[in-house]
Design a protein around this ligand. Structure first.
Ligand code: ATP
Length: 588
């Protein structure tokens, strides 16, 4: 990517500058003041030296000049502090606003985005990329303003002294700018690669911490450490390359300013000897050139900051400009209740090119309890995710209360549903907080209905027990029941349960199904399960295979049909008797 095209990414910063422009303006004004103080000092030195050489024309005594220089230096320090604070604070505010916008955008995105992006990569945008942007909009902007002001004012003052001396002093600078510009585009691409590697590293760290039990039980520590080392090596290589490139920038700068100083010493000295400029002017000129040395030197650093900032903004833009696949129709209507029930008409869904559901049609009357089963990976969970519109779906395929779900307000649609996904997500808070996350209903009743009450007695703090990170201090079954209670607390009209009994033992299954049957009263239920025993209270079961409904009926009808369902039942029965046999053999 070229230098100018990389800078295009920074244009997206403009809307975030609203309300911050005056801060930058005040900061810029204070910087002008700071530099005015800095430039006054060589000018005063000139007056003193010229005064010493020609006392009869002296404008200022040395004592007064020293006092004035002291005062100006104090003023310079104070104004500099203010100018830095104003600009750096503006950058902090800008970072804050972008972070909020990023998070807000993240919350609008759907499962299509989250199954594509790695969470470590998203986190790295929030951490590293925002830091790079803050560096650019804070230190970068401040240094750039400083450079521009010092160059304009310094050059003008130098020109007042001698045109050719100024030309000789600054002649090497354009060459330097050209050289740095050539390096910049390489810096941009390497900087982007370095950031990507860092994101991969964060991603792997996050994934490994989350999967630590798996890593240990499969003895994969060395493997994961190897993976980490490999990515870390790439990251290091990119950062070293970046350091080398940046390292090249500084010497080029130093060469240019050094050449300018040499020219001033040689030519300026001759001009003093031939009385074309005074000694005071020579000293002042050298002072101005010295003042230009630092901004020239940091010009390279500023360019690097710009490159890094642009690379980071490009990564942030990918997130900020991500278009959610599930969007609310601008004329969406609220949904008051599921009324006539749920209906699927020839529903088709694909992940990318891969067709998962292929012409599913069925309807569920209000208050009906329907089970869905089928082989692993046949699309049961996908079907359930489509109902609250967690995934995008074309129009006219899914209806609630006779209305196309795509024409309904998302929040009103989701508020009517209690969805329990297959993977339980718990927060590191109390059980009560985790349950109350589902809505404003009665937590104790929801806990009772989910069959969690008995477990609570074994916890010292009962409902106030804080579960570890992601609920690690609970058993799989307990986690699932907390999730179940969470879905029940909002008293949903439609319950969507994705294998809610997967981690529950057979004894508890009976207890939970019994409790659930009670809470199901009057609710419409759609429950996915591999375990056919879960359908005990379902009035109808759909059997899915290869994206289609291949059988449907009551559990008894399906058993008598002798098809897929009956086969699954036979296999599960066989498995149970197998387990029983193994247990008996173990006892004898
Ligand atoms: N985000 C995704 N991107 C691409 N493919 C996916 C995604 N999620 C699921 N799939 C694929 O879609 C198919 C259906 O997945 P789904 O989770 O709906 O199956 P399932 O019937 O619920 O399986 P199980 O019984 O194991 O829970 C699977 O082959 C799966 O690999």
């Amino acid at each position: 990517m070229g230098y100018s095209s990389s800078l295009q990414h920074l244009k997206t910063l403009v809307p975030f500058l609203d309300g911050l422009r005056w801060r930058y303006a005040v900061g810029a004004f204070l910087l002008v003041l700071t530099n005015a103080c800095a430039l006054l000092i060589p000018w005063l030195l000139k007056l003193v030296i010229d005064g010493l050489q020609h006392p009869e024309h002296a404008l200022l005594s040395s004592g007064k000049a020293a006092l004035l220089i002291g005062l100006i230096a104090v003023g310079y320090a104070l104004v500099r502090i203010f100018s830095r604070t104003v600009i750096l604070n503006a950058a902090r505010l800008l970072e804050f606003q972008i972070r909020e916008a990023l998070f807000a955008r993240l919350m609008t995105l759907d499962l299509v985005f989250f199954s594509r992006e790695r969470s470590g990569d998203i986190l790295s945008r929030f951490a590293n990329d925002l830091t790079n942007l803050r560096m650019l909009t804070g230190f970068g902007v401040m240094s750039l303003l400083n450079t521009v002001v010092l160059y304009l004012a310094g050059l003008w003052l130098m020109l007042q002294i001698n045109l050719w001396l100024t030309v000789a002093a600054v002649a090497p600078l354009p060459l330097m700018v050209l050289a740095v510009r050539a390096m910049s585009s390489r810096i941009f691409s390497v900087s982007r690669q370095a950031q990507d590697e860092l994101a991969r590293l964060s991603s792997l760290t996050e994934e490994s911490v989350g999967a630590i039990r798996l890593i240990k039980s499969y003895c994969r520590e060395a493997y994961v450490a190897g993976q980490f080392d490999r990515i870390s090596d790439h990251c290091l290589a990119k950062n070293l390359e970046l350091a080398r490139l940046r390292g090249l920038v500084m010497p080029v700068m130093a060469l240019a300013t050094g050449a300018g100083t040499l020219a001033v010493l040689y030519l300026g000295g001759r001009l003093v000897i031939t009385n074309q400029i005074s000694l005071g002017q020579f000293v002042a000129f050298s002072g101005y050139l010295a003042l230009l040395a630092w901004p020239t030197a940091v010009l390279g650093w500023i360019l690097t900051l710009v490159q890094r900032g642009a690379a980071s903004m490009a990564r942030l833009n990918e997130l900020l400009q991500s278009i959610p696949a599930v969007v609310e129709d601008p004329e969406a209507r609220p949904l008051g209740g599921i009324g006539k029930g749920l209906e699927l008409r020839e529903l088709r869904f694909s992940y990318g090119e891969r067709r998962i559901l292929d012409g599913i049609s069925f309807s569920i009357a209000p208050g009906e309890r329907v089970g869905i089963t089928g082989p692993v990976g046949c699309g049961k969970s996908t079907l359930l995710r489509l109902i609250p519109r967690l995934l995008p779906l074309p129009d006219s395929m899914l209806f609630l209360d006779g209305q196309d779900v795509n024409s309904l307000e998302l929040a009103s649609l989701r508020r009517l549903m209690g969805y329990v996904p297959q993977e339980t997500t718990l927060f590191s808070r109390s059980i009560a907080d985790n349950v109350a996350y589902g809505g404003n209903g009665d937590v104790a009743t929801a806990v009772q209905r989910a069959g969690l009450a008995a477990d609570l007695q074994s916890f010292s703090a009962g409902l106030a027990t804080v579960v570890g990170e992601r609920g690690v201090t609970l058993s799989g079954g307990q986690r699932q029941r907390v999730a179940l209670a969470r879905s029940l607390v909002r008293e949903p009209e439609l319950l969507l349960l994705d294998d809610p009994l997967a981690s529950v033992d057979a004894g508890r299954e009976d207890e939970i199904l019994g409790a659930l049957a009670e809470s199901w009263q009057g609710k419409t239920v759609l429950m996915v399960s591999q375990r056919l025993s879960a359908f005990r209270d379902c009035q109808r079961v759909l059997v899915l295979d290869e994206g289609r409904i291949v059988e449907q009926g009551t559990p008894d009808e399906l058993l008598q049909l002798g098809g897929r369902y009956a086969e699954l039942a036979r296999m599960q029965g066989m498995l149970k008797s197998e387990v029983r046999r193994v247990k008996l053999e173990g006892v004898s």
